[in-house]
Design a protein around this ligand. Structure first.
Ligand code: PLP
Length: 386
């Protein structure tokens, strides 16, 4: 019960921020009205929804009319890609994608390929996880209708230059979508540069099950969900008022503290990385410079990532490994393979993602426990170094 807990899995989800919790509270019971009803109680919900939309728009430098609330990042990713494909089917069926995308993007592309005959070109990336603009240029064809590339990777923390990719796509008249789920609330994001951008509340201190798709004004993206015509007829379903209010409050709060918090997190992350990389046979994954402030990711040779996560957990440390996906498969992550790591090395991946609660003393604690955990696993491993 009294065991120390060090939560280092902010890239999986962040705890609800104090600001979000306080903002949401009245909308569960006191102001529970359906924002689409006519009476005063409902007007309070409508005003809260409008304010939340204005706040999200301001944080991302877009107009409120370009913000569409969804049930999270997965829905926003599905909607962006399926909607863009439906909008442009008359023009062609070729899509260009980064190979590092989240499964919410990759599996949607796979669906389009299998069920609708789309041809998907997956770009190659360098060992830091960066995409070359020249590769996109040479992959573009007359029938290319969409390019999709995430803003920041969830496993290795690499930040990609999606502004330049978007500019190229605009020049060539091709739609560009960026999954910014790991970026929004963590690094400055100017969504006005993109045709479509997805975000998710629970990655920056908002509640789970709420997100948004930013749709550039003038883009007639068809709806994914049909029904009562909410969200300007684009995304039906009674609005999740507390969720949306919480997400907007969390985002406003995160953006207002971003400069100081990112300086703090970068220092903690770098100390954690420097210490962890002292363990023999380890290496950094992701871009050493252009990376998310709170995300430390490494591979540790001669051990299996899942066992490491379990042993760290027995020491109260919550981290994650890209070695197994949510389906329980033991295949190493597609991200680690795409950056060129061999299977056996990709199996030893560890991601520690830091956030609001992380302190210097947490980093000390991890740096005390991690070498012990690795030593124990290597002692038991048939693959241990000579
Ligand atoms: N895209 C990226 C890059 C993510 O990291 C995640 C969540 O892990 C998602 C999309 C899915 O978001 P959600 O959990 O809100 O469905």
């Amino acid at each position: 019960m009294n065991k120390r807990t060090v939560y280092c899995d902010y890239a999986a989800t962040a705890p609800l921020s104090t600001a979000a919790r306080a903002a949401m509270e009245p909308y569960f019971a006191e102001w529970f009205g359906n924002p689409n009803s006519m009476y005063a109680l409902a007007n309070q919900s409508r005003r809260a929804l409008d304010q939340a939309r204005a706040d999200v728009a301001a944080a991302l430098n877009v107009q409120p009319s370009e913000v569409y609330f969804t049930s999270g990042g997965t829905e926003a990713d599905n909607w962006a890609i399926k909607g863009a494909a439906a909008m442009t089917a008359h023009k062609g069926k070729h899509i260009i994608a980064s190979p590092l995308e989240h499964h919410a993007v990759l599996h949607t592309l796979e669906y389009l390929q299998k069920e609708q005959g789309y041809d998907i070109t997956y770009l190659s990336v360098d060992t830091n996880g960066q995409v070359a603009l020249a590769d996109i240029e040479s992959a573009l064809r007359d029938d290319t209708v969409l390019v999709t590339c995430m803003m920041a990777n969830n496993e290795i923390g690499t930040i990609l230059d999606v502004g330049a990719i978007s500019a190229l796509c605009r020049q060539r008249g091709v739609l560009f979508f960026t999954d910014a789920v790991q970026a929004v609330g963590h690094i400055p994001v100017d969504a006005s540069q993109f045709d479509l951008l997805s975000l998710s509340g629970h990655k920056f201190g908002g509640p789970k099950g709420v997100g948004a798709l930013i749709v550039r004004r003038g883009l007639r993206l068809p709806p994914l969900l049909h029904g009562g015509g909410q969200e300007n007829n684009r995304r039906s379903g009674t609005e999740n008022v507390p969720g949306v209010v919480g997400m907007a409050a969390a985002l406003t709060d995160a953006v207002s503290r971003m400069d100081t918090e990112n300086a703090r997190l970068t220092a903690l992350r770098d100390r954690l990385l420097a210490g962890a990389l002292q363990i023999p046979y380890t290496q950094l994954t992701g871009d050493p410079v252009k990376r998310l402030p709170g995300l430390a990711s490494i591979v540790i040779n001669y051990i299996e990532g899942e066992s490491m996560v379990l042993l760290l957990d027995s020491n109260g440390i919550c981290g994650s490994s890209g070695s197994a996906c949510s389906s329980g498969s033991l295949d190493p992550s597609h991200v680690l393979l795409a950056i060129g790591l061999p299977h056996e090395i990709a199996h030893g991946s560890l991601r520690l993602s830091l956030g609001d609660s992380t302190t210097d003393s947490d980093v000390d604690y991890i740096l005390e426990k991690l070498p012990q955990v690795v030593g124990r696993l290597r002692d038991m491993s048939p693959l241990k170094p000579e």
